[in-house]
Design a protein around this ligand. Structure first.
Ligand code: ARG
Length: 565
């Protein structure tokens, strides 16, 4: 996958001996500013104490006289101190000839950078609710994006499967579970858990039972361990069924339980190294200098905590993979917690060289604006959402194409329904809360997955009818309309890079939506199948590139396309 911006950046940086970080090249905001721009003249002006306008003009002259950017750009302009670059038609023809190198994923090698992505990470004993859907969808998309860029991606589902939660699940099973362990479902566990926690207030002895179970688990008591294993397995069976429907996969599912040993060894180590200290019977890591509250790594009753587990997990990941980047795809609610965790790691250089990032996101709210899920209250399961989305999609697909056979209809409905659900989430800025809006989500006109999927199917149908013939490059001339569309397609690489560096799949979603709007305008304005050669072939070639760009973009969002809908 080539990105023109990085080529321009490299050339400028080498020729003028400028640190590449000081000459970032980005996609231009408006067509009159060309295809790419850089503000490097401003940066240099500050360094050299001269006017950015003069520097920009000097750079432009040299770029032109040395033909530095041929054959990529045939025009460089200075506007308000910015250097603007215009892609040449010659280069677009070259892109056409070698299209796969424009959008194909980069290969990962031994030397590739490594990223650990901690996502989904549900707690056992409760079916995946909408609260975990955002993490799952975002994490899968980010994994695909980094894979596309040639990174080695390690996908880790950090299950909440230990500690007090596990203890309560076991205690609840012992009290209310009237069926053999092997037959226990996640719905049973959930029911028992809710009953257990709601009875705690009036029956304090339940709290003691839970504490006893915690001790039993810590001592690996065989009966408790047997129940725990069965409950964990039943939970995973349910999670995996849903992940399969969502086309989400993991490399590891260590879960909190995997770190139980490491966690207990870690606390004395942290104390010995002076990282943690005793305070009022508990053990804490102080973060005073950052103006942050301390992290509690051990409670006064010796119980280890969520934080202790995350300490152990981060240390483990560092030793095992030495990742360059570690992403924690977890809701906004845990922002303070992750800030504390990362500060502590930074302060004590516990994973030097790894950039730790909390990829946070807002809530999914119901139509009434309220939070959709709670452990105690009523909540919508992911399963219900998927069913509802698929049913609605089926109705729409049937109306749109009454000729679809039943099996095709089912396939289309699943891809559209699930695609719509994912797209509604991924197309929005992840930091904001999102509202569930069925109409918008499944609309065929607006910014939605069905709109994009239908655009793709329409292109596929044109290409099926057209029977493409290869034409020689010499006859390949882009008109204004074709050039516009081709330029947009060529931006794919930059868009993927930007969405990776900002951990923001919505950048890809918005790009593919814009691309589709452009295409829909394109074939409304000009004839394609009925146009004369060689124009017909040029137009069809661009349509083909555009359709491949849509497919590649949607893949990165975890959404599938269909040739026929
Ligand atoms: N299980 C946690 C929850 O449901 C999320 C875990 C996120 N990952 C982490 N390393 N803390 O809230």
């Amino acid at each position: 996958m080539i990105t023109v911006s990085s080529i321009i950046q490299k050339k400028i940086s080498r020729t003028f001996r400028i640190d590449p970080n000081l000459c970032p090249v980005f996609l231009s905001e408006r067509p009159e500013f060309g295809d790419y721009s850089t503000n490097c003249a401003f940066v240099l002006a500050k360094e050299r104490g001269t006017s950015p306008f003069l520097i920009a003009e000097d750079l432009r002259k040299e770029i032109e006289s040395k033909k530095l950017l041929a054959p990529y750009c045939d025009r460089v302009e200075v506007k308000n101190g910015y250097l603007n670059f215009f892609l040449s038609d010659k280069f677009l023809v070259q892109c056409h000839a070698d299209w796969s190198s424009c959008i194909a994923p980069l290969k990962s090698t031994e030397k590739s950078k490594r990223v650990v992505i901690d996502f989904s990470s549900p707690n056992i004993g409760k079916t995946l609710s909408v609260a975990h859907i955002r993490s799952t969808i975002l994490g899968e998309s980010l994994s695909r994006i980094y894979e596309h860029l040639g990174w080695r991606v390690i996908r880790d589902n950090h299950l909440g499967d230990w500690g007090m939660l596990a203890a309560k699940l076991i205690a609840a099973y012992k009290l209310y579970g009237r069926k053999p362990l092997l037959r226990v479902t996640i719905a049973d566990m959930q029911k028992w858990y809710v009953r257990f926690t709601t009875s705690e207030k009036d029956h304090p002895e339940l709290i003691n039972r839970a504490k006893q179970e915690t001790v039993a688990l810590q001592g690996e008591n065989s009966e408790s361990m047997q129940i725990w294993k069965a409950l964990r397995t039943a939970s995973l069976r349910e999670f995996h069924r849903l992940y399969k429907i969502l086309e989400v996969r993991f490399d590891h599912e260590f879960g909190e339980s995997h770190y139980r040993e490491l966690s207990s060894q870690l606390v004395p180590q942290l104390v010995r190294k002076g990282i943690a200290k005793r305070s009022q019977g508990a053990i804490i890591v102080s973060l005073d200098e950052y103006g942050l509250p301390p992290i509690l790594v051990q409670k006064s009753d010796d119980a280890s905590l969520y934080a202790t587990n995350d300490f152990a997990t981060t240390v483990f990941r560092y030793k095992k993979w030495k990742p360059d980047l570690s992403l924690y795809v977890v809701a906004n609610e845990q922002s303070l917690y992750f800030e504390q965790l990362f500060r502590a790691f930074e302060k004590y250089r516990l994973s030097p060289g790894t950039k730790l990032v909390h990829v946070k996101f807002g809530m999914i709210r119901g139509a009434d604006g309220k939070k959709l899920s709670t452990r105690r209250g009523a909540f919508i399961s992911l399963e219900e959402l998927l069913q509802k989305a698929t049913q609605r999609a089926q109705r729409i697909a049937k109306k749109k194409n009454p000729l679809l056979k039943q099996n095709e209809l089912i396939r289309v409905a699943a891809a559209v329904g699930i695609g719509a659900l994912k797209y509604q989430d991924l197309s929005q800025n992840r930091n904001t809360d999102i509202m569930f809006d069925w109409e918008k989500m499944l609309s065929l006109q607006g910014n939605s997955a069905p709109y994009i999927q239908y655009t793709y199917a329409r292109l596929a149908s044109i290409l099926r009818k057209a029977r493409l013939k290869p034409i020689s490059s010499s006859k390949f001339v882009f008109g204004e309309e074709e050039g516009l569309l081709m330029r947009k397609c060529v931006q794919f690489g930059e868009v993927v890079e930007k969405s990776a560096s900002e951990y923001a799949p919505n950048i890809i979603a918005n790009y593919v939506y814009d691309l589709c709007s452009l295409i829909n305008g394109f074939y409304e304005r000009i004839p394609i199948l009925k146009s004369e050669e060689p124009q017909r072939s040029v137009r069809l070639a661009v349509i083909k590139h555009a359709s491949e760009t849509i497919k590649a973009s949607l893949y990165l969002l975890g959404i599938s396309v269909m040739n026929k809908m």
